[in-house]
Every structure is written in C-alpha cells, then in structure tokens.
Design a binder for this molecule. Structure first.
Ligand SMILES: Nc1nc2c(c(=O)[nH]1)N[C@H]1C(S)=C(S)[C@@H](COP(=O)(O)OP(=O)(O)OC[C@H]3O[C@@H](n4cnc5c(=O)[nH]c(N)nc54)[C@H](O)[C@@H]3O)O[C@H]1N2
Ligand SMILES: Nc1nc2c(c(=O)[nH]1)N[C@H]1C(S)=C(S)[C@@H](COP(=O)(O)OP(=O)(O)OC[C@H]3O[C@@H](n4cnc5c(=O)[nH]c(N)nc54)[C@H](O)[C@@H]3O)O[C@H]1N2
Ligand SMILES: [Mo]
Length: 905
C-alpha cells in the first residue's frame, strides 16, 4: 500500500476541551512525525459486548443503545489544524517595548509587537520578576489566572501549574471562577430546591430511561442539543433527541433563535425575546392558578411559601396580575401561544431539557427565570415519573450518576496534579471533589509514589472572582457576596475555605484583604478574559494599568489576552505529549486510555507543567525539586494509572498494549430511582437540601439574610429595570441601542478555543468573508431589522454600545426574531483600537460589566442592548488611515490572526 495511506503511528487521544475527565477518545494517525488524519475511536465489539455489558434503553417498543464508536465532534475531527495552527506560539516571546530594567510601557499592551527570546532568558526574566514583586509587595501581589476549560490533560494539566509553583513561593492572589455556566441556577434555583452543588436538578440518575418511558412532552428551554453537547460530551444527545421523536415524544423549543437543535428536532418553536423568560413563566403559572390545573396535593405536601408566590402571580401583592397579555408585551410571545403552551403542559407529562440553560440563566437578573422554572416544575409534581429537569451535557462531572442507564461497576479516578480552584457550595459528596482535586486516600494507597507530588499547600490568603478582576485592578478595591474558596488539593485547611452551604452566599468579602497587597503582576495560563468574560474592554484597560508591572502568559496559541502580556511561554498541545486520559462523560462507555505523542512538540513548546519547572529551576534547585518531585512525564503517567484503580482490573503491561480499559456497566443500573423520585414519593423522609427540606416558593434563606434585596427578593419576580441593569427594550437606552444582543456558545468553537480551525472557518455560520477578504464573525439579524438598516447578507457591520464597537459580518436570516441580534462569544480579539474597537468579533468586549444582580456574583453576558449599523467605505478608510499598525498586521486568509502578525523584525 502507498505509504500515504498507511500511517506509521496510530494514537488514541481525547477530544476533550473541557479539562480532565471529560473526553471521548479519537484515533489519530501520523506519518513522518506529522498528524495526517483524525477519526472516531471504534470500540472493539468482541471486548465490549462480552465484558462490558453495554447499556441500552428500552421504551415504547424501541431500543436506544450505546454506540460502538465514539460520536466525535467537529473539534476533535479538525484538531489537526489546531496543532499546526498559524497562531501557535512557537518560541518564548517578549513584548518589544517592555524593559524590566527601564521603561515598561504598560499603555502599549495590545499595540506593540513581540520579539523571540531564548527559553533561558524568558525563564530568568520571570523568575527575577517574581522574586522582585514578592520582596517589594508580598506574595499576594502576584495574581494567578489559572482556571477553566482547556485541553483534557492530567499529568501536565492545562491550568493550575503556576498555582503550584506560586504556592511553593509563599502564596499568591487566586483568580476564582464565579459559577459561570450556572449563574441563575446557583444564585437563584438553589434557593428553591437546594440541589447542591450548582442548583440544577440532582440527582440525575436514570433520567433518560425514565423520560423515554413516561414523558409525553419535552420542553427544550434555552437548549441546543446539536451545539453545546459538542463541546463537552459528544454527539450522542443528537441521536437521543432523534430517538425521542421516533418513539413519539413531542419536542417544543423555547428560544430566541431557531437554533441547530430546534431546526431539526422541534415539533414547535416558540421564540422569546432574550432575557424575558420570567414574564412567560409567570403567565404560565397564572393560567394554571386561575384554571386550577396544577398539582395541588403535591404542593400542599411538598412546598413552602406557595401562598406568597400565588399573591405575586395573581397581582394581590402589587396590583399587577401576571396574565398572558401582560407577559406577551414583555417577552414577545403571543398571548394565545402562552395559553396554549400552559394548557398543553398542564395536560401532559413533561420534562424540561437543558444543556446548561443558555442566556436564559446567564443574563441580567438570571436568578429569576431559573427560580421560576423550578417553581413551574414543582406545580407539575417534579420527581414524578417523566417530570424532571434533565441535562444534555456534563453527564458525570458533578454527579456520580449518569442520566443514561450507565452505572459503571467502578469509577476510575485518574488524579490530576494542578487545581483550577472553583467555588462550590452545598452538600457535596466529598468523594466527588476529592476525586477531582486531590489524591484520595484510595489513590494514595495505590500509588504512594504520588504523595509528595500532591503535597498540600496552604490556601492563598486572597482571591478575586473572575468577574471582578478588572474592577479590582482599576479601582484598587472590590467587594462581593458569597464566593468562597472551596477546599482542594492545595487549600484543604485554609481559613477562607468553607464547609459548603448556601448560607455563604450571603457573606461579604472584600479585596484587598487586610494585610494583603494589591495586585502588581499577573500570570495567566487561561488568557481569554477579554473574549469570555464580562466587559472585555474593561479587562483591556486593567491590563494596560500602570500598577501592573509585569504580565506573563503561557499558552499554545497567540491570541486574546496574550497580546497584553510582556512575556509569553510556548505550550505544547496534548497531541505532542504523554498522558493518561479518562472518559467519564461522552456516553458510550466509561474508559481510561493511554495517550502518546502523535508528533514532536511544535517549535520550542513544552508542557504547562514543564513551563513552570523551567521557572522553578531559575529560582533554585530546592524549588525545582519540590515542584517536579523529580518525576518525568512518563513516570507520572505510570503512577497515575496505578492510582486510578484500573490496574487492579488490567495490568500495566496489558494496558500498555491495549491502550484502553473500558469499565463494565452494572447489570442492574436501571433499577435505581430516577431523579427526585424519592422526594416525590415521601418528602418527609427524603427532604431537599433547602432549610425547610421543601420546595421553597419563598426562600427562607433570603427571608432571613437579605429580605430587602429588590433584585433577588424571597419570591422571584419580573424585574423591568434595576440598580444593576438597564437592558430592556423599554429602556430609554433602547432609543440608541435598539437590539437585544443574544450571545450563545459557538457550534464551531469551545469558547475561545478552536476559533482557528480552518475547516470550520469555511462554514458561513462560523465566519463570513467580507468584501475586504477578512473573515468576520457573523452577527445574525432578522431580515426586517437588516432591511430597516440597509444591511445586506455579508455586509461588514459594527455592533456597538457605550462600552465599545465590534466589527462583524451580517448574517441575515429568519432564524432569529426581530428586535434582537446574535453573536457567539469566543472569537479571537483583533484590536484596531484596544479597548475601543475590535475587528475580530470579540463580542464580550462590549458585554455588561455588572454582575447577575446586586448580590449575585455571576456574569451577565447575554441579553443586553446594542445597535448594529453598516460600516461605510469612508469609515473603514478612516480607520485604515488612523490606525495603520493594526491593519498592517498579517492576517492569514484561512486562519485569521496569526503569530506572524505580532512579530517585530
Ligand atoms: N457572551 C458570552 N460569554 C460567555 C458565556 C456565554 O454564554 N456568553 N458563557 C460563559 C461560560 S459558561 C464559560 S464556562 C466561559 C468559558 O470560558 P473559559 O473556560 O475560560 O474558556 P476556554 O476558551 O474554553 O478556555 C480557557 C483558556 O484556556 C486555554 N487553553 C486550552 N488548553 C490549554 C492548555 O493546554 N494550556 C494552556 N495554558 N491553556 C489552554 C484556551 O485557549 C483559553 O484561552 O465563558 C463564559 N462567557
Ligand atoms: N460547541 C460548544 N459546546 C459547548 C461550549 C462551547 O463553547 N461550544 N461550552 C460548554 C460550556 S462551558 C457550557 S456552560 C455549555 C453551555 O450550554 P448552554 O447554556 O446550553 O449554551 P448556550 O449556547 O449559552 O445556550 C443554549 C441556547 O439557549 C438559547 N437562548 C439564549 N438566550 C436565551 C433566552 O434568553 N431565553 C431562552 N429561552 N433561550 C435562550 C439559544 O437558543 C441557545 O442556543 O456548553 C458547553 N458546550
Ligand atoms: Mo460554562
């Protein structure tokens, strides 16, 4: 056979971009040290059928089975172009006009280019800065931004290695994730049904078999099962939705856009204006209350405070009955549609499906719709067979239980060294967190070699939620409620760790902490603050602030926050490394598999773990030894396998040969009760984790701690406008900014990841090539809105508000309702005027600064006012004339912004 068609190497590599534990395996071919092809991994049927007891769901005369190959996603398939991307950081870089011994020019961050330096020089510069900053201000002057998603790596994790080194140096200020993804559930729904840790329905055990057998109606509310499962699990939810239709379940989609899932699975699409679901939900409750069509007996025994909720809905409290006519004006759904939905739902056994909830729970005042959803489910007797809130992603991250009938005979537990610290509250099963974050006693017993590597460091004394980093730097002060450090490998005994309970949501925390310095240096291994967080333009101003003397980034790709760094370290992708992966969520089987390099490291890149080892080396031998424990990458893989528990089932020798261990399913998995069934059956003996143990229609915690918060009162409500947000079409601001901008998760990206996959960039819903040849990020506009503005499909347009302007390509469509526009988050920044005008389509540069609400420390990144206008030729010419540097940067015609564009000389 021709050599071209016979790879000299085949490796199994995870396609996870979520971090450890979540990646299905794919098969990667390489020839002559280059990756040539990536395909789905096929399970060996002989092996799986015989030993692994594949799961199946049987319902209504039909069977849904575990697929025998991984349903790989477009990211996994296209990852070759990510490894060899034009914007890979190939060697260490230094900003050309940053001189630690002279002028630092912070104001030029985002404008000036970079020069290549040696590894030796780069590591020395950073080590010297760390020592100097620590001596001048104290260890907390270094902010460590090392959290969030990323390539699924275990032995050299994508995030958290700098934390480990900084801990060894005596501490740092921790950047802490807010509960991004779950804002409304965490700050709102939890006060109705507990459901720790994040406020979504827990447990999730066996939901899908139960729904298949008992539900009649599926409400996909802010859910796109053809999009967001791709970033986390696989394409299995797509198949599941098709099967639901096949066995006769009706699918109704409630969302502003006819999203990809709605387009192929919906029996009915009910478009709603972004961020207005609370009005729709209140009107549904109104119909049920006035027509007497809710589960009254269940409410009598399972609910607290229902009378107060009733008073508000019927208008006894504020004189405004929340009728369908009242709601229709606010949410844009016709009155008769609201009634029809309410009546149909009252007749049928229905479940609500989400990925995470979308802009519906990630916008201004998102606590309210999240709480109302749980209350509506309560009025339908949640926990009853077929009545659930079910998730289409993250099947096993927070829960030991699968919504599919998958219960492994045992749960493999691959440790991972570093720790993207995140706050988690609630009654979390400690074993889950231990498994995620530290070496459990079991793992330590199996692999004592790892104990020193997992040595526990004292907690950082100071932290700042990720939504407040920019404010904290610019104003030198920040305060917030409720986010707490959660115990982890590095901070188990810390004084600022809390036993998680919802009460901590009501505690105030201040930056800087007494005795701690403000931040003067930033080290990031997750450089996407501008394109994934709130008010990216404000983040840019923070990074240009003179207080910040040094910014270090370590990253495989030159993009986003990297342009503001003074030193950039090149990092390898997982295709260039040894690792041990675990797939706990892609759905077919649970497995642990061996990953080996598919190609040599690109340029001078090394793993995240080794980047910090290089700096440790410059700090002195004791740091290097303590940081690395003198263990090689291969040794770590070996001992992690030992720790995982799989070795008791498959020897290391056999594993090295087979490269994968698939965990068998428990035969009786489907006998476990589904969802909240036990609470439904007997609430007294199976209480929820709320203070009363009941569904709280008026929150006893909020009644006790913050009864007067108008933005999150004890009983949820419709908030037209408040102190925190003024983002409604009824606002005077809407005279200037007349469109509600929805900002979803991209089908073709995983947040900031994968904006450079050239195959996907050819799809028009990923990039639109403007007449100047540049590939712009699409902004969806309804035909009527486009016509009003003289905009045609493909035109270069500007999307703007008080916070700045972003250039996009117009995507004119009937798949989005009028009065709205839609841009996904995560496109790479390509600043024309940093902090003011961006060509890359980084929509978060103009999203709200403010939190979810006054006392809810979440992000509000979707459902806010903007205007869209066509960019005239004169305007573009003026920008080209006034900002020649920005337009002179090289842009790759297929891949967009690239390394070469930022190099000097
Ligand atoms: N407008 C809008 N904004 C949103 C949302 C929304 O709905 N709308 N959703 C929010 C949500 S839910 C989330 S979770 C956040 C997501 O935000 P993040 O999880 O922070 O985003 P990612 O881009 O997935 O990953 C973080 C960074 O890690 C980098 N990375 C990946 N692999 C590696 C590696 O191996 N090493 C190193 N050093 N770096 C690596 C990525 O390139 C990226 O820069 O976005 C939020 N932002
Ligand atoms: N491909 C891909 N997959 C991903 C990610 C990614 O970036 N890309 N990110 C991962 C992460 S970290 C998370 S948290 C999840 C997020 O998963 P989700 O929260 O489900 O994702 P979104 O895209 O924000 O929203 C889903 C849908 O909500 C609808 N929607 C938006 N605003 C509103 C509204 O105001 N009301 C109603 N009723 N509907 C609305 C839109 O139709 C949208 O398609 O996805 C994960 N999976
Ligand atoms: Mo998320």
């Amino acid at each position: 056979m021709d050599k071209k068609f016979k790879p000299d190497k085949q490796n199994i590599i995870s396609f996870s971009l979520m971090g450890p534990e979540s990646g299905g395996p794919c098969l990667v071919d390489s020839t002559d040290g280059r990756i040539t092809r990536i395909r789905p991994y096929h399970y060996d049927k002989e092996y799986t059928d015989k030993y692994c007891n594949p799961w199946k769901i049987e319902a209504r005369g039909s069977t849904f089975m575990a697929p025998d190959r991984v349903t790989i996603t477009p990211f996994g398939l296209g990852y070759k172009s990510r490894v060899y991307s034009k914007n890979r950081v190939r060697y260490p870089l230094k900003r050309v006009d940053w001189d630690p011994k002279g002028e630092r020019n912070p104001q030029n961050r985002g404008k000036s280019g970079y020069v290549r330096i040696s590894w030796d020089e780069a590591a020395q510069l950073v080590a010297d800065e760390l020592v100097r900053i620590k001596e001048t201000y104290g260890p907390e002057a270094v902010l460590c931004q090392a959290d969030m998603h990323g390539e699924g790596k275990h032995v050299a994790p994508s995030h958290g290695c700098p934390n480990r080194l900084l801990s060894l140096m005596g501490g740092y200020t921790l950047q802490m994730r807010n509960m991004d993804s779950w804002e409304g559930w965490f700050w709102g729904a939890k006060h109705v049904w507990g459901c720790e840790p994040v406020g979504e329905m827990m447990p999730m055990t066996n939901l899908y078999p139960d729904i298949a057998k008992n539900a009649e109606l599926l409400l996909f509310w802010g859910c796109d099962p053809e999009t967001t499962p791709l970033g986390v699990v696989s394409q299995l939810p797509s198949r599941l939705c098709s099967w639901f239709t096949k066995i006769g379940l009706k699918s109704v989609y409630v969302c502003p856009d006819l999203n990809y899932g709605a387009a192929i699975h919906a029996d009915k699409w009910i478009p709603v204006l972004p961020g207005t679901d609370a009005a729709l939900q209140l009107a549904i409750a109104y119909v049920w209350l006035t027509e007497g069509t809710y589960e009254k007996e269940y409410i009598a025994t399972h609910a607290y405070g229902f009378d107060k909720f009733e008073d508000y809905v019927l208008g006894r409290e504020d004189g405004v009955p929340k009728t369908p006519a009242w709601a229709s004006e606010k949410c844009g759904v016709p009155e008769w549609t609201i009634k029809a939905l309410a009546r149909d739902w009252a007749k049928k056994t229905a479940s609500i499906l989400h990925a995470n909830g979308g802009g519906y729970i990630r916008g201004p005042y998102a606590t309210e719709p999240a709480r109302l959803e749980v209350m509506l489910l309560g009025m339908r007797a949640v926990g009853k067979p077929g009545v659930h809130q079910a998730k289409m992603i993250e099947w096993n991250l927070w829960n030991k239980d699968f919504p599919l009938p998958y219960q492994g005979e045992f749960m493999p537990a691959v440790p991972h060294i570093a720790d993207p610290l995140r706050p988690v509250e609630g009654d979390v099963d400690p074993s889950i967190n231990m498994k995620r974050f530290t070496l459990t006693p079991d793992q330590a017993k199996r692999a004592p070699e790892l104990i020193e590597l997992f040595r526990q460091f004292p907690a950082p004394k100071q932290f700042i939620p990720r939504v407040l980093i920019h404010k904290a730097i610019l104003e030198g002060h920040a305060e917030w409620y409720g986010l707490q450090c959660f115990s982890s490998s590095q901070i188990p005994n810390a004084q600022n760790c809390r036993q998680p309970t919802a009460e901590y949501e009501f505690e105030k925390i201040v930056y800087p902490r007494e005795g701690c310095s403000r931040v003067h240096m930033m080290w990031t291994d997750a450089p996407c603050q501008v394109t994934c967080w709130n008010d990216g333009n404000m983040s840019i101003r923070a990074m240009q602030h003179p207080d910040i003397e040094c910014i270090v980034a370590q990253h495989p790709w030159l993009e986003n926050d990297c342009y503001f760094a003074d030193i950039i370290f090149p990092v390898s992708t997982k295709h260039e490394m040894n690792d041990l992966a675990s797939d706990l969520s892609s759905g077919a089987f649970v497995s642990v598999y061996l990953e080996e390099p598919c190609c040599p490291p690109v340029g001078e890149s090394i793993s995240d773990f080794d980047v910090c080892a290089k700096v440790a080396e410059k700090l002195g031998k004791e740091y290097y030894d303590a940081y690395t424990c003198n263990m090689s990458e291969e040794e770590r893989v070996r001992f992690f396998y030992k720790a995982s528990g799989c070795e008791e089932r498959m020897s290391w020798e056999e594993f090295r040969k087979k490269k994968i261990y698939v965990v068998p399913c428990k035969p009786d998995a489907q006998e476990l009760p589904a969802g909240l069934y036990e609470f439904f059956k007997d609430p007294e003996n199976n209480p929820l984790t709320t203070p009363t143990g009941l569904l709280e229609y008026s929150s006893t915690h909020i009644e006790k701690y913050m009864p007067d918060d108008p933005e999150r009162p004890p009983v949820p409500r419709w908030i037209e406008r408040g102190e925190t947000h003024d983002e409604r079409l009824s606002s005077p601001r809407a005279e200037k900014y007349s469109l509600l901008c929805m900002s979803n998760h991209g089908r073709w990206r995983m947040h900031a990841q994968c904006d450079d996959i050239i195959w996907n960039r050819e799809v028009e819903t990923m990039k639109i090539r403007g007449k100047d040849g540049y590939q712009y990020e699409p902004v969806w506009l309804n035909t009527a809105e486009a016509e009003k503005r003289g905009i045609r499909h493909g035109d270069i347009v500007k999307v703007f508000n008080e916070r700045g302007t972003v250039l996009c390509g117009a995507y004119v469509t009937e798949r989005l309702i009028p009065h709205t526009c839609y841009v996904d988050h995560g496109a790479r920044l390509d600043p024309i005027i940093p902090g003011v005008l961006d060509r890359g389509g980084c929509i978060n540069s103009i999203c709200p600064t403010a939190l979810t609400s006054k006392n809810s420390t979440g992000m509000a990144t979707s459902g806010y006012l903007v205007e869209v206008q066509k960019v005239t030729d004169e305007e573009m010419a003026a920008w080209r004339r006034d900002y020649p540097g920005a337009f002179a940067r090289k842009i790759d015609p297929a891949a967009g912004v690239c390394l070469e564009g930022w190099l000097v000389g």
